[in-house]
Design a binder for this molecule. Structure first.
Ligand code: GLC
Length: 355
């Protein structure tokens, strides 16, 4: 349904609204439905809240009930919730997850659901498996056995994401059989839940060329897009030899990355028939705010032009779109929020004088 021609006529073509696709969109919504089986349009990552090593804050603001309601009110329909599950499980079989930790996750899942948001329960930062895939395969399956059982009665608005940013030794060839195992385990308790999964090399755009997710009508493939990295991660403290700041967006070659996204997304969908979700994109706070906004707007429009739903990194951490209790207006604008269909409208002028 979402297959499109591989003929590329440049970025501008991708940004032109596609009327045939737009007609399939939700009433009053933006043209997203080229990927109808993905229930997501606009998503925010709750980054650096439940994904850091246990007991080590990384600066992300812990999401509270009011945050989730506010995220929904701005026009987002989904949050992605990165969780370092492996840090809250026993390190020996059956790798039992701490129930007190489950309760904390449940609270956020409940708040999101009450707010009318989809929530992606994401297994993030399982560092051990990237370095030694075979040694940790059983643990990944066991973690998902428990998570899937725990959330099996949740509504379809709760989605699962198997493993954030496979990298190092976990290349597509090693990863794919593992994903088959994990999915089979999830399917025992959740026969039709949407399950998201990404490929090698931090699920970067290049991963799509050879990524083959398991065959299942409710699998969504994901990729992350931080290109050009020298712009999005300028001065990033967690990157070895971080690219220098300040660095603007728009140097020679920068825009070509958008064409790369376009080309790889279309090729992947054509080859596999699996819908795609852009699970992370954004630019770090050490970039100039106006440049960050311009970059965010460009990537967001490129994804939307391809019919790919997106998830910005991140709500309230080092890639802020919200800070000190307030939204950053230029970042919201760059994300096209609030969407026109929900934006407050000015009262129509009827010519009649007010009483
Ligand atoms: C990945 C990492 C996260 C980091 C983000 C931006 O999601 O897991 O920790 O903040 O990318 O670099």
């Amino acid at each position: 349904m979402f297959r499109r021609s591989l003929t590329l006529t440049g970025l501008s073509a991708a940004l032109i609204a596609q009327p045939a696709l737009a007609q399939q969109g939700p009433p009053g919504g933006t043209p997203y439905s080229s990927v109808p089986s993905v229930p997501i349009q606009r998503c925010a990552n709750l980054g650096n809240t439940f994904e850091q090593p246990a007991g080590m804050p990384w600066g992300g603001v812990m999401p509270m009930k009011a945050d989730l309601a506010d995220i929904k009110a701005q026009g987002f329909d989904t949050v992605r919730f990165p969780i370092r599950w492996s840090a809250y499980a026993k390190d020996k079989a059956p790798y039992t997850i701490d129930l007190a930790f489950f309760a904390k996750v449940d609270q956020v899942v409940g708040w999101a659901t009450d707010a009318g948001l989809n929530i992606i329960v994401d297994l993030h930062h399982f560092e051990e498996i990237y370095a030694k895939p075979a040694a940790h395969r059983a643990e990944l399956v066991a973690l998902w056995g428990q998570i899937a059982e725990h959330y099996k009665d949740q509504p379809p608005s709760v989605l699962f994401e198997v493993l954030n940013e496979p990298n190092d030794k976990l290349d597509n060839a090693t990863l794919e059989p593992m994903l088959v195992d994990v999915l089979a385990t999830i399917r025992r308790t959740n026969p039709t839940r949407k399950v998201i999964m990404g490929g090698q090399f931090w699920s970067g755009i290049s991963s799509l060329a050879s990524f083959d997710p398991p065959k299942d009508p409710n699998v969504i493939a994901t990729f992350h897009f931080y290109e050009p990295f020298a712009f999005t991660h300028q001065g990033a403290s967690w990157v070895k030899d971080p690219p220098p700041a300040p660095r603007v967006f728009g140097l020679p070659g920068d825009e070509e990355w958008m064409e790369t996204m376009q080309k790889e997304v279309l090729a992947f969908e054509e080859r596999t028939g699996v819908p795609l979700f852009l699970g992370e994109f954004g630019a770090i706070d050490s970039a100039n705010l106006a440049e960050r906004a311009r970059y965010t707007d460009t990537v967001r429009r490129t994804a939307e032009g391809l019919g790919v739903p997106w998830c910005v990194w991140s709500y309230d951490n080092t890639f802020h779109i919200h800070r000190d209790g307030q939204w950053i207006p230029v970042m919201l604008k760059a994300l096209g929020l609030p969407p026109e269909s929900t934006a407050p409208t000015t009262a129509p002028t009827t010519g009649a004088s007010a009483p």
